[in-house]
Write a protein that binds this ligand. Structure first.
Ligand code: ADP
Length: 813
């Protein structure tokens, strides 16, 4: 575009139009919109005259009606090429001709005009550098356009066609994204070299920004592309899985299982097996019924604690403290357990040392020295001692009951081929414990039976045997599990029914029953506090009076242990809790008189002390699984024809004892002052109360005989004498078993004198002194001595010598 600098007059008065924020460079075109009244007037005037105006920029764009002082004094003379009026505005295409300096403003009436003179380029100091700068600017602009800068096509072509450096700077500045003030600065820089440098710096800055923008854009694009790609792929997988009848839920499950397998840290062969099963599962369709079996098998595998262990420390002092804190009495038992723990500790240390010496040796867990077996009636603290052992060792405690178990699979699990198969109780217990070395209590080991379904005790033997149990095989798991770190404790009520092979492995610890005083102490120091706590009453002031507690023990319980006692105390607490909750009571003292309101009428009334010496009734001592018991034997005589009636669910052996007793009495009839044929006119009824409870065994022999003699001779039997022993036809008293439990029961019942066969004297050693000191023991070898001790007065006609025994046929009803 030719710029006619030479044709311009030196100084001229022209209309001036201010622009809020824009510059029109000489040699460039621009479309401008004018709206202000003075601007409109100026443009109209110019258009009517020579179409030339001076365009200059306001110093501040916010000034609405600028005066001379508000304007820059360097502007451009422009020619109005075209003009379009619309809605009170004028759009004009203007062409910048040359730069002017505004000398004198005339603010006029309708528009602004000024005296201006051309302000030409300064071309001094023009060097070679100018060409380089010009080329650089052109290249930069081209580069910018490549980077995405939008430039009007005509303007771009103008720039690219060879220009003089000064107007190149102007034209490039016109298309740059720079501020209005920067444009003004370019306009005012008359030195061409400097102007080019200025424009060059602006265009370099702009290309940098464009480069950055492009980079950001391409990054965003990349991310966008990646996310689209992932989504598409995922969608495709989904479609494929759907086509194959699989659901991604299952795949997630497989992944989760794999994760669990890794975390379970199984032994190598187990890990292999688990992964094999997982592979099988991943290939199965969800409709395959076998999938659920494989899944539950894997669930079991990953949940068994293959590598979770409690630390193996035995602190003897701590153990002793815990045992004493948790339990009253049981001195010998605690000592025995501490000895056991000491042996375990030494073994433990020995293994640790050998492992330290040979670091690569396989890790071995400590076997318990032997398997403990707690024998005793219910409620004597077997379980709670087991718990204390676990507490002392810092291990988990787990108890499973083997009562009524007849099937080997209960111990060892069912093979997986069975529907609903599960691991056996040992593995179930281990899983429940969550560690591989818990204290594991096998309860009621005496109640394990065996039948056609296999022998559970054989599986138990394998689990308990330290030689074999490092690789215990459960049929369901189908992989060996190391039980060698488990401390097994078994419990039972009686030893007789435990298979001998199993019994051989056990280290028996007997728990005898508690005396009344012991029960009192246990309740006072342990059970009451425990129940108060359990019933949420700990913050409330509750006291159970000593006499009230004794009443509960005497009248509401009859047991060797303290289980019923604990239950009765719990009942009292429950009732108190209710009262407190409803009546907002704060302080409760349970007195003797309150007991019946809390617990109802007495459950056991016939305590021996309250009985009187009776004819035809003796006190025998019996042994049951629940400990010892006292047994009343009643004999009633009725006119009749020599029938013997036996009631009270007597077993065969006991029935025979009754017959033997009768035969003995008949054979000694004369000695007891009875006629030889006394029985012919009598019916004899022997009854043993608590008729619903089956009873058996020979040990009631002397007691039955005594009751019979008493009934026949009408001499009462002393109420405070208890007796036990087998009787022969000749009246000999024979040794029997269960002395310890029987003596404890007799002591509990308040019996003062106990008659025992002579051979049983040795058994007294097992009985604690605090029991024997309250009792008088009479050892006998003949029935006559029994009668002497037990009857209120000695039957007159007793002949100490044995007599000839005639053979008598007897029928029993
Ligand atoms: P077992 O297992 O012999 O049937 P438990 O261990 O279940 O008996 O005992 C029943 C309740 O009696 C438990 O609450 C237990 O804590 C408590 N107990 C038994 N003996 C004692 C004792 N010597 N000292 C303190 N509490 C005892």
């Amino acid at each position: 575009m030719p710029i006619l600098l030479s044709q311009q007059p030196k100084e001229k008065k022209m209309p001036v139009i201010p622009l809020r924020d824009g510059v029109v460079f000489p040699g460039t075109e621009a479309v401008l919109t004018f709206g202000r009244a003075r601007s409109l007037a100026a443009i109209e005037a110019a258009f009517a005259k020579d179409k030339l105006i001076v365009i200059t920029m306001q110093k501040s764009p916010v000034v609405a009606d600028p005066l001379a002082s508000d304007l820059h004094t360097i502007g451009t003379v422009c020619q109005i090429d075209r003009m379009l009026k619309a809605d009170g505005e004028i759009n004009a295409l203007v062409k910048g001709l040359y730069r002017v300096k505004i000398k004198l403003f005339d603010e006029g009436t309708s528009y602004l005009s000024a005296q201006v003179s051309e302000y030409p380029d300064d071309t001094t100091n023009i060097t070679e550098e100018i060409t380089a700068l010009s080329n650089h600017i052109i290249n930069q602009l081209r580069y910018a356009v490549n980077l995405g800068k939008s430039v009007d096509f005509l303007a771009f072509m103008n720039i690219m066609s060879k220009n003089d450096p000064g107007s190149l700077a102007n034209q490039v500045a016109a298309v740059l994204e720079i501020k209005a003030t920067e444009r003004q600065e370019v306009l005012e820089t008359i030195n061409v070299n400097k102007r080019l440098e200025l424009v060059s710096s602006y265009i370099t800055k702009e290309t940098k920004v464009l480069e950055l923008e492009k980079k950001i854009a391409s990054k965003t694009q990349e991310q966008f592309n990646k996310s689209i790609r992932d989504t598409v792929l995922r969608e495709r997988i989904k479609t494929i899985e759907k086509e194959l009848g699989e659901d991604s839920e299952e795949n997630r499950e497989v992944r989760e299982l794999l994760d669990k397998i890794r975390k379970a840290k199984m032994p190598e062969d187990v890990d292999k097996k688990a992964k094999k099963e997982l592979k099988k599962l991943s290939q199965m369709s969800s409709y395959n019924p076998e999938a659920s079996y494989v899944r539950s098998y894997l669930d079991w595998l990953v949940e068994v604690p293959w590598s979770v262990e409690s630390p193996n420390n035995v602190d003897m002092q701590e153990a002793e403290k815990i045992l004493n804190e948790d339990h009253f009495g049981l001195k010998k038992i605690k000592e025995r357990i501490l000895e056991y723990l000491a042996v375990m500790k030494l073994k433990n240390e020995k293994i640790k040392n050998t492992q330290n010496n040979a670091k690569d040796a396989p890790k071995k867990t400590v076997n318990a020295p032997t398997i403990l077996c707690f024998v005793g009636p219910p409620g004597v603290g077997k379980t709670s001692i087991g718990k204390s052992i676990a507490k002392a060792l810092g291990r988990k405690f787990i108890k499973i009951s083997l009562g009524g178990l007849r099937d080997e699979a209960e111990i060892r699990g069912h093979r997986r081929t069975y529907v609903g198969a599960l691991p056996g109780r040992i593995i179930q217990g281990i899983k429940q414990a969550g560690t591989k070395n818990p204290v594991f209590m096998l309860d009621e080991i005496d109640k394990v039976g065996s039948d056609f379904r296999g022998d559970p005790s054989a599986a138990l033997l394998e689990a308990l045997d330290p030689e074999q149990n490092f690789a215990f095989s459960d049929h369901y798991l189908d992989v060996p599990f190391d039980l060698s770190g488990v401390m097994f404790i078994t419990t039972c009520n009686i030893l007789d029914t435990i298979p001998p092979a199993l019994r051989d492995r056990l280290e028996i610890i007997h728990f005898a029953g508690y005396t009344e005083d012991e029960k009192f102490a246990i309740a006072k120091n342990y059970l009451i506090d425990k129940q108060i706590e359990m019933h949420g009453l700990s913050d409330i002031n509750i006291k159970i009076d000593d006499n009230a507690l004794k009443l509960i023990i005497r009248r509401y319980t009859r047991e060797a242990g303290v289980r019923t006692l604990e239950r009765e105390i719990a009942r009292v607490c429950r009732k108190i809790a209710r009262n407190i909750a409803t009546k907002k009571q704060e302080k409760v003292t349970v007195k003797v008189s309150d007991i019946s309101t809390y617990l109802g009428p007495y459950k056991f009334s016939s305590y021996l002390a309250e009985k009187k010496d009776e004819i035809g009734m003796s006190t025998g001592l019996a042994w049951t699984e629940a400990g010892g018991e006292i047994l009343f034997i009643e004999v009633a005589l009725m006119p009749g024809r020599g029938n013997l009636t036996l009631t009270g669910q007597l077993g065969n052996v006991m029935k025979e004892s009754c017959q033997a007793a009768l035969s003995y009495v008949r054979s000694r009839a004369g000695a007891f002052g009875l006629s030889d044929r006394f029985y012919q006119k009598l019916d004899i009824h022997v009854h043993v109360p608590e008729g619903a409870v089956p009873k058996d065994g020979p040990s009631a022999g002397i007691a039955i005989t005594t009751a019979l003699v008493s009934a026949l001779t009408k001499i009462p039997v002393r109420k405070d004498v208890g007796m036990t022993g087998e009787v022969t036809l000749r009246g000999r008293a024979l040794e029997i078993g269960g002395i310890k439990e029987k003596v404890i029961a007799a002591h509990r019942a308040g019996i003062k004198k106990i008659i025992l066969p002579k051979e049983n004297k040795k058994d007294l050693e097992e009985i604690p002194d605090y029991i024997t000191k309250d009792l008088k023991f009479v050892f006998v070898d003949h029935m006559d001595q029994v009668l002497n001790e037990a009857m209120v007065k000695i039957p007159k006609l007793i002949i100490p010598k044995p007599v000839h025994i005639p053979l008598i046929k007897e029928s029993i009803n």
